[in-house]
Design a protein around this ligand. Structure first.
Ligand code: SF4
Length: 444
């Protein structure tokens, strides 16, 4: 296959196209579709892809790997993927010709010129090792601007902390954007807006506008902040108990959580607090600690509080990549009991809503997509997984359908070679292992 696309061929319809898998077009893609000769197609419209020569994908989650498993590919067509999900590229390496890992502004600039090989780009025909590309925040589109990338904090489970360096866009560029944008609802994008060193300085420029994206660290919520918010506040608290929060390097005393939530509710601000379950060493006692906290807060105010629980995944390129994937069905059932116990809570104080958690079958689909190429056969087997089963049972279920996870899947150690090791990130693997070992000490 030629690495250089012949730009001087007679123009054809959809010579290069971006295929949107879902309703949302990623910001960077909108930017490129508008500035280059790139067509924007949507899977929902069942487009005819037969005359597309180069097809771009932005893969945001493991679900996207299953979406493209059965998508027909025309002979000679070049498929290129980028997006956050390809830090673990094996799931789509058999379908793509090139996979770009990391920030993609420079890569897209060369790719639309027909230069597919370059920094951060895997040629899947030889599976070269790449260093994920880091670029300063550049993209700014309509009502949205990226203020910062990465995260200053070091939560052990979080990809944002370990994959790249924290970098802020200059304050003057954000101020200039706020002064010129005609939109009232704006999105100042970052992983945690309060961590942006100049976020507080933006308040005068936000007069008459509302920042639609809020992703705050709990320690930053103050009286003034609560008084100024009109939209829901999202708080990633993660561990259900103090012990668990400390064990994943995101410590936060229960007292602090209580104080902050009451502050928000007393100012009429809705809250959404995200917790993980299936964290290493977790027991039902950890959920009990959270239930106690909720029962203390709930009658003390009015308002609305959503408490989603997300099953933990040992994410690639984090210290927890060495944790054994576990799904506790008793814990999921206890969360469902908790959910039921909160029905009608708005009649007695804060209305608490606990969405049903993701069950093991669908949760396991992500694990598989990080370890195996998602072929139609793998997708069929994964889609047939029992809804509620423990991990060993799901592994056996897949093996009976000739879908075999390697031994290292359940048996991880310092020497484990992960399927995503062809991607190098800012924190070397040896450093991630050191942190993992420190965590074991914290837990013991
Ligand atoms: S969980 Fe949030 S605060 Fe922690 S490292 Fe990730 S983005 Fe930062």
């Amino acid at each position: 296959m030629s690495d250089t696309f012949d730009l001087f061929r007679p123009a054809r319809r959809h010579r290069m196209a971006f295929l949107r898998l879902h309703d949302v077009t990623p910001l960077a893609m909108q930017y490129f579709v508008q500035r280059h000769d790139l067509s924007l197609l949507s899977l929902r419209d069942k487009p005819d892809l037969s005359d597309v020569e180069v097809l771009f994908f932005s893969l945001h989650s493991w679900r996207d790997f299953y979406d493209i498993a059965r998508l027909p590919k025309a002979p000679g067509q070049i498929w290129i993927a980028g997006g956050p999900a390809v830090y673990s590229p094996i799931g789509v390496s058999h379908r793509m010709d090139y996979i770009h890992v990391g920030d993609g502004v420079a890569a897209m600039q060369r790719m639309v010129q027909g230069e597919f090989e370059g920094p951060g780009t895997i040629n899947t025909h030889c599976m070269n090792t790449v260093q994920a590309v880091e670029e300063p925040p550049q993209v700014c589109f309509d009502s949205r601007i990226v203020m910062s990338v990465g995260c200053k904090r070091k939560c052990a489970f979080c990809v944002n902390a370990w994959r790249r360096k924290y970098v802020e866009r200059p304050e003057s560029e954000v101020v200039e954007f706020l002064q010129r944008t005609p939109y009232k609802g704006v999105s100042l994008l970052s992983n945690s807006s309060d961590d942006v060193s100049y976020y507080a300085n933006l308040t005068p420029f936000l007069q008459g506008k509302s920042d639609m994206v809020v992703s705050n660290h709990i320690s930053a919520i103050t009286e003034a902040f609560a008084a100024s918010r009109s939209r829901e506040v999202l708080l990633g608290i993660e561990g259900m108990s103090e012990r668990l929060r400390a064990s994943v390097l995101k410590p936060c005393p229960a007292e602090k959580i209580q104080k902050v939530l009451l502050l928000l509710f007393n100012h009429g601000v809705q809250a959404r607090t995200v917790f993980q379950f299936n964290l290493p060493t977790e027991t039902l006692a950890d959920l009990e600690e959270l239930r106690t906290l909720v029962h203390e807060i709930q009658p003390a105010s009015k308002g609305s509080w959503a408490i989603p629980f997300i099953p933990h995944q040992p994410s690639p390129h984090t210290p927890l990549q060495w944790s054994t994937p576990t799904y506790s069905i008793p814990m999921a059932e206890a969360i469902m009991d908790f959910r039921q116990s909160m029905f009608g809570s708005k009649d007695t104080g804060v209305g608490v809503y606990v969405p049903a958690p993701l069950y093991p079958g669908r949760w396991f689909a992500q694990q598989v997509a990080e370890w195996l190429p998602v072929t139609p056969e793998v997708a069929d087997a994964v889609e047939a997984l029992p809804r509620k089963a423990a991990v060993p049972e799901m592994i056996e279920f897949l093996a009976k359908r000739n879908v075999r996870l390697p031994e290292a899947f359940l048996d991880r150690n310092e020497h484990t070679v992960f399927p995503w090791d062809c991607v190098e990130v800012r924190q070397p693997k040896a450093r991630l292992w050191q942190v993992y070992e420190q965590l074991q000490k914290i837990r013991s």
